[in-house]
Write a new protein. Structure first.
Length: 415
């Protein structure tokens, strides 16, 4: 039996483990981290062993739809994780050769163009800039007055080689120092897929807002609570939050900001621009932006069910998963699901959900590989598949993993 539960993603990317002894020291959010509503949350799932008295609770705010760990690992625990496992497993020490993919570079640059910012001297700050892919996109678009900060030393060094003197090796808490150093508040400050990693997003938002010049804008890109894979929301602990349009809007409103959502992002992300006055986005191509929508009760419930359903005993999907996943991938890349989707759906119809449990172990690995995304909510994502791949890695134990889900508690067992 494992004495820790593990958040699983790709072995090269990340891994957070904690024991019950750790959980005892995880403090609770006393209000919704997005809209600040008190006692408006409900428990979606609990993460822990059946024997644990204390578990990590995944909550949903019934006012704004925000999904979050109610007692997440605290900031020092998370920082330790990023400075050790995350960086180590991602090969951060060898980032010299990293060249940003074109698809990664265009997003912020495209948003800035759609927002109508043509003055190439505008000061722009990337908070959590990584190796600097988004900064590269802006640079190539002509914006040269760009700065970045990055918590990971390795990444900050890599970005600093590309942008000498413009990258600072610290987190959001210290960005007022950049304003002091450069002598200017910023026109645009953005966080691209960073805010969902931060323990208290409101702190980060408030700090950023304090470094903005009059008429400046904040851009926040995060996974969308509706589009994000359920397996991520349940088990991928580096993401401490899953935002809805309503929760982002509510977060901004706490500090006097309105917002619009950009139409150019991925289906599973929200790209949000915050501003104090409408005049700040006067030049924007408004056809490219939409207003925040309040999530209906039905939509909020749909998210709740999406995350909870695969793990509950009465699920019509699988409640017990057990197989030797080391045989699944054989080191090959995963096949595309579209090729077999039709065939698999007919297979599902024939054998039925209940029988699926026992039949899964007998069907061919190639079927199982494509079947899993279907049974886990028809989420065909790399993340879902990676969940299996973990056990195929050198980090895994030699035991055959068994994962049981009882009464909304997700437990990892080794049989
Ligand atoms: Zn809320």
């Amino acid at each position: 039996m494992l004495n820790t539960i593990t958040s699983i993603y790709h072995p090269k990317f990340s891994l957070i483990s904690f024991s019950q002894d750790d959980v005892v020291h995880f403090p609770f959010h006393d209000s919704c981290p997005a809209c600040d509503a008190v006692e408006r949350d409900r428990t979606v799932l609990r993460l822990g062993q059946p024997s644990w008295q204390k578990t990590v609770i995944i909550s949903q705010c019934i006012d704004c739809g925000h999904v979050y760990y109610k007692n997440p690992p605290p900031p020092d625990f998370i920082l330790r994780f990023y400075n050790t496992l995350w960086n180590k497993n991602r090969g951060e020490a060898n980032v010299d050769a990293v060249t940003p993919k074109r698809s990664m570079k265009c997003k912020i640059a495209s948003m800035v163009v759609d927002l109508g910012f043509n003055d190439k001297t505008l000061p722009i700050l990337d908070v959590g800039c990584g190796h600097g892919p988004q900064l590269s996109g802006l640079w190539e678009t002509g914006f040269k007055n760009v700065y970045g900060c990055e918590q990971s030393m390795y990444r900050a060094i890599a970005a600093g080689k590309r942008f000498p003197g413009r990258i600072f090796n610290f987190g959001y808490q210290e960005i007022p120092k950049i304003v002091d150093a450069t002598g200017m508040p910023f026109q645009i400050i953005y966080m691209n897929h960073v805010l969902e990693h931060i323990h208290t997003p409101a702190d980060a938002f408030k700090t950023i807002a304090g470094c903005l010049r009059d008429g400046g804008v904040i851009i926040i890109n995060v996974p969308d609570v509706i589009g994000e894979a359920a397996i991520n929301q349940a088990l991928y602990l580096p993401h401490l939050h899953s935002f809805a349009t309503a929760s982002l809007a509510a977060l901004g409103a706490r500090y006097g900001f309105k917002c619009r959502f950009w139409n150019g992002g991925r289906y599973d992300e929200l790209c949000c621009v915050f501003f104090r006055e409408e005049a700040a986005i006067n030049g924007a191509d408004m056809a490219r932006f939409r207003t925040a929508q309040t999530l209906t009760k039905n939509a909020i419930n749909a998210v709740f069910n999406k995350i909870r359903q695969p793990w509950t005993e009465d699920s019509r999907r699988i409640v017990t998963l057990s197989w030797d996943v080391r045989k699944l991938s054989n080191g090959r890349t995963f096949i595309k699901i579209s090729r077999l989707q039709k065939r698999l759906l007919s297979l599902l119809e024939r054998i039925g959900d209940f029988a699926l449990r026992s039949r899964l172990v007998t069907i061919k690995p190639i079927f199982r590989r494509t079947l899993l995304p279907l049974v886990l909510g028809k989420q065909c994502t790399h993340t879902t598949l990676s969940y299996l791949e973990y056990y195929n890695s050198p980090l895994a134990s030699d035991d055959v993993p068994m994962i049981r889900f009882v009464d909304g508690t997700a437990s990892f067992l080794i049989k």
